[in-house]
Design a protein around this ligand. Structure first.
Ligand SMILES: [Zn+2]
Length: 106
């Protein structure tokens, strides 16, 4: 019968200060986030805390409809992205087709 000696290894003193793991180095950038600017910024006019769709503004120009203002608090662009996609069929892959040479909506 082997009497197993103490399973404890020597309690080494672990110095955390020398072992900072740098996870942020491994960060794959997708093409869409290359520029830190969302495609929504081309299509929305920001006024105060709200963003207004320029395309809707043009469409509503001769009507008495009001453009819905999306709250910009927190910098969340999810609503804007889905607005462009659902209302105008614009997404990050085709949005350039909707911009003129000045990167303005026409
Ligand atoms: Zn719109």
């Amino acid at each position: 019968m082997t009497s197993s000696p103490s399973a404890f290894s020597d309690s080494e003193t672990i110095d955390d200060t020398n072992s900072t793991i740098c996870e942020s180095e491994i960060q794959y950038q997708t093409a869409s986030t290359r520029k830190n600017r969302s495609h929504t910024s081309f299509f929305f006019r920001v006024e105060g805390d709200f963003a207004y769709c320029k395309i809707c503004e043009q469409n509503f120009a001769n009507t008495n409809k009001k453009v819905y203002g999306y709250s910009q608090k927190g910098g969340n662009t999810t609503n804007l992205i889905s607005h462009l996609r659902d209302k105008h069929d614009i997404n990050k892959d085709n949005y350039l087709e909707y911009l003129d040479e000045y990167e303005e909506v026409f």
